[in-house]
Design a protein around this ligand. Sequence first.
Ligand code: GCW
Length: 678
Amino acid sequence: AEDGYELWLRYHPLTAGQATIYRIDASQLVMGSATPTQRVTREELQRGLLGLLGQAPSLSDTVTRDGAIIVGTPASSPLIARLRLDTADLGHEGYLIRHVNVDGHAATVIIANDDIGALYGAFHFLRLLQTDQPIAHLDLRDSPRVKLRVLDHWDNLDGSVERGYAGTSIWDWFKLPDWLAPRYTDYARANASIGINGVVLNNVNATPQILTPVYLEKVAALANVFRPYGIRVYLSARFSAPIEIGGLKTADPLDPQVQQWWRTKAGEIYKLIPDFGGFLVKANSEGQPGPQDYGRTHADGANMLADALAPHGGVVMWRAFVYSQSASADRAKQAYDEFKSLDGHFRANVLLQVKNGPIDFQPREPFNPLFGAMPKTPLMMEFQITKEYLGFATHLVYLGPLYEEVLSADTMTHGKGSTVAKVIDGTLDNHTLSGIAGVANIGTDQNWSGSVFNQANWYVFGRLAWNPTQSSRAIADDWVRMTFTNDVAFVKPVVDMMMGSREAAVDYMTPLGLHHLMGPGHHYGPAPWDASEPRADWRPVYYHRADSEGIGFDRTRSGSDAVDQYEPSIAAQFNDVKQTPEELLLWFHHVSWDYRMRSGQTLWYELVAHYTQGVDHVMQMRETWSRLDGYIDTERYQQTATFLAIQEREAQWWRDACIAYFQSISGRPLPPGFAPPQ
Ligand code: GCW
């Protein structure tokens, strides 16, 4: 049965015609198996080619026939060294794939400077077959633009997953370190296939127990599984751990005993895990402990941990998501307010991990104003892959366009073209350290991600982490082909459906810059009216501010002045209601219900139109899908069909609830011809 377990690494037989052509160019495998990474690379190629072509290539030490595939590094293979291909620009993780002639035989080489690059190259090569590309005369080279490409698991040690909608945690802490579930290896394969090279195993709302010897041994066992795949483990560290598991009276980062405790802890970890990546820290946010508890700054806290890790080559990923009640009249301003002035005060092995928008993974936010504002600090992107605010498991929402929109946004900090992607990959301000993190959507569900289409969000995250300038449509195209079929009659409509899906969710949930209308706490479904929370900034009305006159959050200079956290030309644009992109209108402005939009319609009518459009799009997706029965297996087809029905019902729920609520406040009539809900 098709349960989606294989993700995009399905390796099911290609059509006979395709297979026959490929078999000619993939007839023999010439590669070493001296190291663990070489071995897993060879296994992957054998498994992939056997699955796709119905016949495994013969293994050989030398090229004896046409169609050989030669894999390795100049250092490990005299044959490759003899070819004298230029690998200088490939770095440690890059690779080249090329057609060559060896001893009179046509061959393809997959060459890298290090084993891991060859594994990435092997996955790329398999992808070409999986997506029906020609392989006879290849000449391509690729290397990652971002150094740390990391999945953040919000997994708790009791097996629950914060904001996880795909079952429970895949880390079976009770059976580790002895039992290594095969799933860990498949997880590593999937990650390596898209270039992910780091995983944070535990929730940022961290328990200190993860740093105790019992758990560190379990962590080490996972690290051993991941190592051949180029993946390092990281841990979320609780700032107060020296008190809770160290028996100290304080966690003050300037206290010598505290510093010593972390140095010793780091030494202990590296003894077990020599390539340990480092710590991820959520401090002084949503009640988590941190340096401010002792009157110290985020920099004091981060640097103390950085000093403990530095001798071993580890990094600190310090989160900029700070959220507390007292800080500011506008929650959107808090991160910038707390961090901007610390630029230049962090150690060289600290990265600041910044959520894509200034609030919290909403369907649409403007880019976070910290991007571009801290040139002396390497800023990491934090995206959310799990759909906390985008319909959990069932709604079909492809996040590629959201990621692409943020990465291609122009911060203007060094003039035109200062994109967020260039901040993240380090090129804008010449950082060698760079990183991007995605909050994982992975759990014990057979299909890993709660739905087949959610797998695409894991996939696109990895591909964009490797190269943040890629097109999310091209990546969707690859994913659909690898996951389902190369039949264009299926691929084209499904890619179109995916590409429109995020805008549809924005429309049926929070159009025109609205945000945080979700039910407080669980964040599922509409609740713009909800006043049950004790704190003002936990209530949706704090964000939409609808009254009889109008709607929206005034973040202009006459309001909270969040606009001035942006570069001056952008600030001026966002400050002016006429120049603000309408998709962000109500994020930055409180405007009258009767405000004239560019279309000539009133804001009220247009708001209603967006909600309706969102529902219409979901109906179209359902309609499209209904015509695709028969192209794929029934299991995945049926589940998707059912989930789309859920999504349609809930999109209508969103529309009807929001329109009814906002109408009760605006007092405006519904647009003529508005079809009441069926
Ligand atoms: O998105 C919010 C979530 C919290 C989360 C927090 C964070 C891990 O609602 O569940 O906590 O952000 O990013 O720290």
